[in-house]
Ligand binder design. Structure first.
Ligand SMILES: NC(=O)c1ccc[n+]([C@@H]2O[C@H](COP(=O)([O-])OP(=O)(O)OC[C@H]3O[C@@H](n4cnc5c(N)ncnc54)[C@H](OP(=O)(O)O)[C@@H]3O)[C@@H](O)[C@H]2O)c1
Length: 253
């Protein structure tokens, strides 16, 4: 488990121990909006676990206001796109060594109608909460597809999952968006139901060799047409790699 708050993460570990008595968990603390901490967390995990079977990149945020991290990255882009990219990169040798293995990235159906310009992943004056979130999830999907292609034949599968509309603390804003979120909550999935498709992608035997898919409700779903354009996908990969890696830190997929 990677979490930013030790006390809450330890409470989650205690809950897991109670629910699944034979489970063993290990905690690494890191703020996943910071790429140096994310990279360091990945390297620490890889040094302790040279073979990894499953990586689920679940952490994600929906910011009501534009926030820039101490590293100078816009926080939604950093958390939802750059962190999974950096973490996956750090863990890829262990995932390859653990093959057959799986990467499950948690996307969102907000990507279905999002727009993206690989030369303008860092939104400026045009930043809005909906645009930043949708674009980050579309970019996550496109980099997942690009990674799946790079990993063909390696035994490492990479898929992106929309969990459904789930009653969680994702939207912490007021205003019209917060109001709509709170009104939808009674019709939303529970957290357990929301985990179902991600766990299906991570664990189902029939998904072991399935890669490069967008899953909703345990089924392949049609992605945003932009994610089916191989040239655009590669440009988004390159732009993400530049933002996430900096010089000399390209992902060796
Ligand atoms: N809820 C939905 O309807 C919905 C729909 C589509 C997609 N999703 C996606 O599902 C995933 C899970 O979201 P959720 O709905 O379960 O929301 P959530 O309850 O807010 O959970 C988000 C998780 O990400 C962690 N996180 C956020 N920023 C972090 C950081 N900088 N460092 C470390 N951990 C961080 C949070 O940790 P803390 O506990 O420390 O805050 C929390 O555990 C996200 O990727 C989200 O975009 C959700």
């Amino acid at each position: 488990m990677i979490a930013r708050d030790r006390a809450r993460a330890e409470a989650a570990q205690a809950w897991i121990a109670q629910e699944v008595p034979h489970a063993s968990t290990e905690l690494v603390t890191a703020d996943l909006s910071l790429l140096a901490e994310t990279r360091d967390a990945g390297e620490r995990i890889a040094s302790r676990h040279p073979r990894i079977g499953v990586l689920v990149n679940n952490a994600g945020i929906f910011d009501a206001k534009k926030v820039v991290t101490a590293e100078g990255h816009e926080r939604v882009l950093a958390t939802n796109l750059l962190a999974p990219f950096v973490l996956t990169s750090a863990l890829l040798p262990a995932l390859r060594a653990g093959a057959p293995s799986r990467i499950v990235n948690i996307g969102s159906s907000t990507s279905d109608r999002a727009e993206i310009d690989p030369d303008h992943l860092v939104l400026g004056q045009d930043w809005t909460m909906v645009r930043a979130y949708g674009q980050s999830k579309l970019a996550l999907m496109m980099t997942t597809f690009a990674l799946a292609k790079r990993l063909e034949g390696s035994g490492v599968a990479a898929n992106v999952v929309h969990p459904g509309l789930v009653a969680t603390g994702l939207v912490r804003t007021g205003g019209i968006i917060g109001l709509v979120w709170r009104c939808m909550a009674p019709f939303a999935l529970s957290e357990e139901q929301g985990a179902d498709t991600a766990l299906y992608a991570a664990l189902a035997p029939e998904m072991a060799a399935v890669s490069g898919l967008y899953l909703k409700n345990r089924r392949a779903a049609p992605p945003n047409r932009r994610a089916l354009d191989p040239v655009l996908v590669e440009r988004v990969w390159a732009a993400t790699e530049r933002l996430a890696a900096g010089p000399g830190r390209a992902m060796r997929a």
